[in-house]
Design a protein around this ligand. Structure first.
Ligand SMILES: Nc1ncnc2c1ncn2[C@@H]1O[C@H](COP(=O)(O)OP(=O)(O)OP(=O)(O)O)[C@@H](O)[C@H]1O
Ligand SMILES: [Mg+2]
Length: 266
């Protein structure tokens, strides 16, 4: 509907935007650079940020930028898993048939990581998304991951991703060992007001729109309500576009945003 109304080659502000079309904010570029460096050093990192700020997308972009001849990327986002399922899931991603008992799968996983690093000369990267939801047992298990070493160097890079409360969670004394080993910490916030305007232009350019169809006043209102949080911004911009399709207008102005705010729950 939006696509036809504007004669675009796609719908902007979509969830599954290809990593080639992402908006590269200063914050985004800095996150990528820091994560890349951390991986090179095979260290431990933590990426936090508010809901919808772009954490998972940043990890998707990181994965797509890594060369598969040098890295093995393992990703988990089901944080309700218990240790045995976690190791099983990791082994399955590596194409290894997991054994049954937790101690066995743990040993298998450790051996697999060593094999990747020592024999294949690649860096295993373990990303645990939604890590703020991890159980105490799983967090203790991560301690094990951060502990095993070869020649005092860890064979893997580990990235914990989650909402800001993850930082608080790791502060408790039994998790001090993990916390101390996290060398790279990065926190994603919303875009600034100017960046939000260029984000909106970027999204429109991706679908073939060269005109600025959101007025300055509309963008100011959108910023006021989203604080530049990308998922909220996407939702609000989409609602505005749908509104002007219905109103048979070509431009999103402050009135459009006002209508959307009344109709939708923000
Ligand atoms: N750099 C970017 N360029 C364009 N769109 C983006 C970018 N980063 C995030 N987005 C958009 O914002 C949405 C929310 O991002 P994402 O799912 O990565 O947030 P999150 O921080 O992982 O949220 P949650 O806390 O709910 O897990 C994505 O669906 C994507 O459409
Ligand atoms: Mg996410």
């Amino acid at each position: 509907m939006i696509e036809q109304h504007f004669g675009w080659n796609g719908v902007p502000f979509q969830r599954h935007i290809s990593t080639n079309n992402l908006y590269l904010s200063e914050q985004f570029k800095e996150t990528q650079a820091r994560l890349q460096f951390m991986i090179q050093q095979r260290e431990f990192g933590m990426l936090t940020g508010y809901v919808g700020a772009g954490k998972t997308t940043a990890i998707r972009a990181l994965r797509d930028s890594l060369s598969s001849s040098e890295h093995v990327f393992l990703y988990m986002s089901d944080s309700s898993l218990q240790p045995r399922d976690f190791y099983r899931e990791m082994l399955i991603q590596l194409g290894i048939e997991p054994k049954f008992l937790v101690n066995d799968v743990k040993r298998q996983f450790k051996a697999a990581l060593m094999d990747i690093y020592v024999n294949k000369g690649r860096t295993p990267i373990v990303v645990i998304d939604e890590a703020h939801l991890l159980s105490a047992t799983m967090l203790q298990e991560i301690r094990f991951l951060t502990n095993f070493q070869i020649d005092s160097l860890s064979p893997l890079a580990l990235i914990l991703v989650g909402q800001p409360e993850l930082r608080e969670k790791l502060k408790i004394s039994s998790l001090e060992a993990i916390s101390q080993r996290i060398t790279t910490r990065f926190h994603l916030t919303g875009l600034g007001e100017e960046e939000l305007a260029s984000y909106v232009s970027h999204q429109l350019k991706v679908v073939g729109e060269e005109q600025q169809i959101f007025s300055t006043a509309a963008l100011r209102e959108i910023y006021k309500h989203t604080k530049g949080i990308l998922r909220l911004t996407n939702r609000m911009c989409t609602d505005c576009l749908l509104d002007i399709v219905i109103q048979k207008q070509k431009v999103v102005d402050a009135d459009t945003v006002e209508r959307v705010l009344i109709d939708q729950s923000y």
